[in-house]
Write a protein of this length. Structure first.
Length: 266
């Protein structure tokens, strides 16, 4: 039996190129919505004070800044394939590392907190990378993984919104290997790695017209337009309808959310 062709593309090369003029703004629109949830969880786990932290796929650095400025981390390593969004980070407590998480030769030491948000879902090697990140924990250290989960309305199979959202997940999967279907399994992955105090939670932020989150989805769909049409699930007019709906007072959807899972090394 043959499956679908393996995706050959990469985040940042074949989709969401960092040099695109709207890329930092697109990432920040999501960060604005999710940062309070992420930092609330990190704070509840006692992460920060005096600890050595690794932020994987640091993006525009909002969580790195929080760890340094609010959580009083001793050192934060900010890892990203593209660190252009981290140019303004400085000081003796931060180390910006431009590298690919999948690079086997990467040796960053060990950490009291490792956090990765909206990164592993884009990497087909995610299960192996979870093992790798778990190995980089100090005793007592936390691994916190956050990725997207959608709870779709099963009664809606044909609206422009639904078709566009489905086309987006399909296009992400076939282009760069993004897969959110395994995200609810993260607590199991962490337990398999021998971590304790494992748990997970899901936060679906309100999707309101004109909000940063609605802007994030419309910018994402606009950027992916040709790939969305290629899926055959939605045509150009359907995408226009979905974009107009996102900006309208008629909008009434439970949007995709952030699932976080965490576990602690013995
Ligand atoms: C969707 S953004 C999320 C940014 C940030 N974590 C946040 O939640 O705001 C994904 C980030 O992961 C980075 N990234 C993707 N693949 C990577 C890899 N293989 N190694 C390191 N960073 C990677 C991208 O460059 C980008 O900055």
């Amino acid at each position: 039996m043959t499956g679908p062709p393996a995706p050959g593309g990469h985040y940042g090369q074949d989709l969401f190129e960092p040099e695109h003029p709207q890329e930092a703004e697109r990432i920040d629109s999501a960060a604005l919505v999710y940062d309070p949830v992420t930092t609330g969880r990190l704070r509840a786990l006692g992460s920060g004070p005096g600890s050595r932290c690794l932020e994987v796929g640091a993006g525009t650095g909002t969580v790195v800044r929080w760890l340094l400025e609010e959580a009083d981390a001793a050192e934060v390593v900010a890892l990203d394939r593209d660190t252009g969004g981290l140019d303004d980070l400085g000081g003796s407590r931060v180390r910006v590392v431009t590298a690919d998480l999948r690079d086997e030769s990467l040796d960053l030491g060990s950490f009291d907190l490792i956090h990765a948000r909206f990164v592993l879902m884009h990497l087909p090697e995610r299960r192996r990378l979870v093992s790798r990140l778990a190995r980089w924990l100090n005793p007592g250290g936390w691994l916190v993984l956050g990725d997207a989960v959608e709870v779709p309305n099963a009664l809606d199979t044909s609206s422009a919104y639904r078709r566009t959202m489905d086309a987006m997940w399909q296009a992400l999967r076939s282009t760069i290997g993004t897969d959110t279907s395994g995200v609810p399994a993260y607590p199991h992955f962490l337990r398999e790695e021998g971590l304790r105090n494992v748990a997970g939670e899901l936060f679906c932020p309100p999707l309101v017209a004109g909000s940063p989150l609605a802007r994030f989805w419309s910018e994402t769909w606009n950027r992916m337009r040709p790939a969305l049409e290629e899926t055959g699930q939605v045509d150009s007019a359907g995408i226009d309808d979905a974009l107009a709906y996102l900006a309208s007072p008629q909008l009434a959807e439970l949007g995709p959310g952030l699932m976080m899972a965490w576990g602690q090394r013995r």
